[in-house]
Design a protein. Structure first.
Length: 247
């Protein structure tokens, strides 16, 4: 009897946290689990698609303009201007062209990510030591082989640094998509703010931060591994620069 009464009291307290509008509420997590998972999945999907789309565009553009000062400067200036446009203004502008769909959020985020990735990709390629490139050319490396086996591995840490910035920024900016109903966790966050639903606001905020931290840690590990590999490749080029190399 005592244990049964205690259990009923505990259940009553748990069920009452929603009616008391508490910040931390286990009943909210239990009753809205499917909704939270769906919102997290949408948030991650929008982030990944936007960053992948930006990556697919950034690398060819960087290769196209890196040895052309005029187009390179124009492209960098344009990307800087684009990045300065507030997402609160850009996302609603997309609605007449894309309608109320995930692409209304994906395309602006891809443009923001492109601005970051393009700049870091160019910085990484420009930062490859000239003596290493000249030595590889002297050994008969064709342009494609030079890019894939020398320049790209040495530029990869800088490129991945840009990827980290772009991805974490995309995780944060995806929340703005809640304005058009496709913000993943941002949709829950904005809805919770409108209704003063504390548990929903806190949970959505914590999940956005957790998603950003996890993504950043994963990409940081990849960046460090690429940095170690690039360092070994640069060290391996020393014998060539010193006149060694294959006899």
């Amino acid at each position: 009897m005592i244990l049964g009464g205690l259990g009923a009291h505990v259940r009553s307290l748990s069920e009452g946290c929603l009616s008391r509008n508490e910040w931390i509420c286990g009943d909210y997590l239990d009753s809205r689990r499917a909704e939270l998972l769906a919102a997290t999945w949408q948030h991650a999907w929008i982030t990944v698609v936007s960053v992948v789309l930006a990556s697919v565009l950034a690398f060819p553009l960087a290769l196209l303009v890196r040895r052309r000062p005029g187009p390179k400067g124009l492209l960098l200036a344009s990307s800087t201007v684009l990045y300065s446009i507030p997402s609160l203004a850009l996302i609603p502008v997309m609605v007449p062209f894309t309608g109320l769909s995930p692409w209304t959020v994906v395309l602006p985020l891809a443009l923001y990510s492109l601005a970051v990735l393009l700049r870091n990709t160019l910085a990484g390629l420009d930062g490859v030591p000239t003596p290493v490139v000249d030595a590889a050319r002297g050994m008969g490396y064709a342009p494609a082989r030079l890019l894939l086996t020398v320049e790209l591995p040495l530029a990869l840490p800088a490129i991945l640094a840009g990827l980290r910035i772009a991805t974490v920024s995309a995780v944060a900016m995806t929340t703005i998509g809640g304005l058009v109903g496709f913000g993943g966790l941002g949709t829950l966050l904005l809805d919770g703010q409108r209704r003063n639903f504390r548990a929903q606001v806190l949970t959505a905020t914590v999940l956005v931060v957790a998603l950003a931290v996890v993504v950043d840690l994963v990409l940081l590990a990849v960046q460090r591994a690429a940095g170690r590999r690039g360092g070994r490749r640069a060290a391996g080029a020393e014998p060539v620069l010193q006149g060694g190399g294959p006899g």
